[in-house]
Design a protein around this ligand. Structure first.
Ligand code: NAD
Length: 380
């Protein structure tokens, strides 16, 4: 029996969008039926460059929402459009792939969650792409296996001067970008929450922020976010999208039986190190340094050469193929993604809670009290 291809309506063929569109065209189980791109010239060029007909370009988003043949909408537009476009698509019964952030207003964030709960057949996804990095997968598995014992402290940074070159200058505009946490710092938060998921849940946030020092961001681009977990452990995230020298996704985890550190800016064999009472007899090892592991007699701690690490801000080097494949598989298997609007709700809530906390200079409890948060964001 011929397989039914999943029909996609694609939105936003910019820097990230053109890479994802390419990944979609490389698959034989999907068909792109339409592209909505406000920059028509770019839209036509990108379609051509990925081997699709420029006639797929539509001039109105409603042509995607109202097209009964389209199964899923793929949103890679600037941040403030994600939620209105996602909400319209969900109301029309379409699955939604959304670039992060899911929403730039708290009211829209709540609507997305409510819509997904009311329409359990809809598959949704927020592209916290580091979930698909193979080092992050290993880290999650190692924490879950107890290789570091009980985690007591975890730090994940996201310091990376986000790309505002050329027409990406919208990222400086608060109304379009939203808050800086949604612009990438939420990647670090997603890593932390998933690394801890087997051991603890976040129960509170305390955050401070700072205005831009280097570039013209209207929203504070510098954040310090402390997260309290229900087992007493603490997480910390230094976030800075204003400036930096390269990509800093520094990780530091401490547990009762081991520790893990990742320094994205070290040369590859030294980027990752860990120790574990059970796996390394308490010795620090560099799992990407085959020779050193062999010298220590710890061959079984060596990680494969194709292990990816989260150390580039270049979207071409991201795990876009895995993210695309995962979402398509979720639709085919009628399975919820761990990154659905509802399943990643806590990551979004940490971002909203951090904003409230920074403004009121108090810790904010999780799960977020939506009534209080609604009241806060009506006035901010
Ligand atoms: N996951 C990641 O690591 C990652 C990396 C880069 C970008 N992103 C996300 O991807 C999205 C796009 O970012 P980018 O860097 O590709 O920006 P970009 O400016 O290069 O691309 C945005 C595109 O959307 C088009 N556009 C503008 N308004 C639109 C509208 N109303 N509807 C449809 N299209 C519209 C623009 O013409 C442009 O081509 C952002 O949400 C960003 O957060 C994610």
């Amino acid at each position: 029996m011929a397989m039914n291809k999943i029909k996609i309506g694609f939105v936003g063929a910019g820097w990230m969008g053109s890479v994802q569109l390419k990944r979609l065209t490389e698959r034989d189980d999907v068909e792109v039926l339409a592209l909505f791109e406000v920059n028509k010239e770019r839209g036509a060029e990108v379609l051509k460059s990925v081997g699709l007909s420029p006639s797929l370009l539509v001039t109105d988003y409603n042509h995607i929402v109202n097209n009964p043949d389209i199964d899923a909408v793929w949103l890679v537009s600037p941040n403030s459009f994600h939620a209105p476009q996602a909400i319209a698509a969900m109301k029309a019964g379409k699955h939604v792939f959304s670039e992060k952030p899911a929403a730039t207003t708290f009211a829209d964030f709540c609507t997305e969650i409510k819509l997904e709960k009311a329409n359990p057949k809809l598959i949704t996804f927020v592209d916290y792409i580091l979930y698909f990095d193979s080092m992050e997968q290993r880290l999650r598995d190692m924490v879950a296996a107890g290789d570091f014992g009980d985690i007591t402290q975890i730090q994940i940074n996201y310091r990376h001067p986000v790309n505002i070159a050329g027409d990406k200058v919208w990222k400086l505009n608060k109304n379009i970008m939203g808050d800086a946490i949604g612009m990438g710092i939420n990647h670090a938060i997603s890593v932390m929450i998933f690394a801890m998921a087997s051991q603890a849940k976040p129960i509170g946030v305390y955050a401070t922020s700072m205005p831009a020092k280097v570039r013209g961001f209207e929203a504070d681009p510098i954040w310090n976010i402390m997260i309290h977990f229900d087992n007493g452990s603490t997480g910390f995230c230094f976030g800075n999208i204003d400036n930096g020298n390269g990509y800093d996704a520094f990780h530091s985890l401490y547990g009762t039986d081991g520790a893990f550190a990742f320094d994205s800016q070290q040369p590859r064999p030294n980027k990752v190190r860990y120790w574990s009472s059970s796996l390394t007899q308490g010795k620090w090892i560099f799992p990407l340094d085959r020779k050193q592991c062999e010298e220590q007699g710890l061959e079984n701690c060596i990680w494969p050469d194709d292990t990816t690490t989260p150390d580039s801000g270049n979207v071409v080097e991201h795990q876009t193929g895995s993210a695309v494949g995962h979402f398509i598989d979720c639709i085919k298997n009628n399975a919820k993604s761990p990154l659905s609007f509802v399943n990643s709700q806590v990551i979004g809530e940490i971002g909203w809670a951090a904003q409230i906390s920074a403004a009121v200079k108090q810790p904010v409890a999780l799960p977020l009290d939506w009534t209080n948060a609604e009241r806060f964001f009506e006035n901010h």
